[in-house]
Design a protein around this ligand. Structure first.
Ligand code: ZN
Length: 107
């Protein structure tokens, strides 16, 4: 999983979360888990890269929906993460807008 260069940490709503590989004992057959009690996303490294990346974004949507108390269903989480990843892949010219805005706000 190291070759994917997934950041080990991210921030959301003032909290720092970690992204770690999970063991089979921790994850069972799950591709990933979002543990709000530990502020950690666990990803199974035992799957192809594209599945690991898709799972990362699925778990990120879980972070948003649990932290915002949205109570989304698993299907809703899946649909949002698929829409988001497809949209950014097809429209990468939008990504600098977000990054530039953040840098501007910090000045
Ligand atoms: Zn899920």
């Amino acid at each position: 999983m190291e070759h994917l260069n997934i950041p080990a940490e991210f921030k959301f709503m003032g909290r720092t979360w970690q992204v770690k590989p999970g063991t089979v004992q921790e994850l069972g057959t799950d591709l990933g888990q979002c543990r709000q009690d530990e502020y950690t996303i666990y990803l199974s490294p035992a799957y192809p890269d594209q599945r690991v990346i898709a799972t990362l974004f699925h778990e990120l949507v879980h972070v948003w929906e649990t932290e915002l108390n949205l109570h989304l269903t698993e299907d809703q989480v899946d649909n949002i993460s698929v829409a988001m990843t497809h949209w950014f892949k097809e429209n990468p010219e939008f990504i600098p807008l977000l990054v530039d805005d953040l840098e501007f706000e910090q000045e």
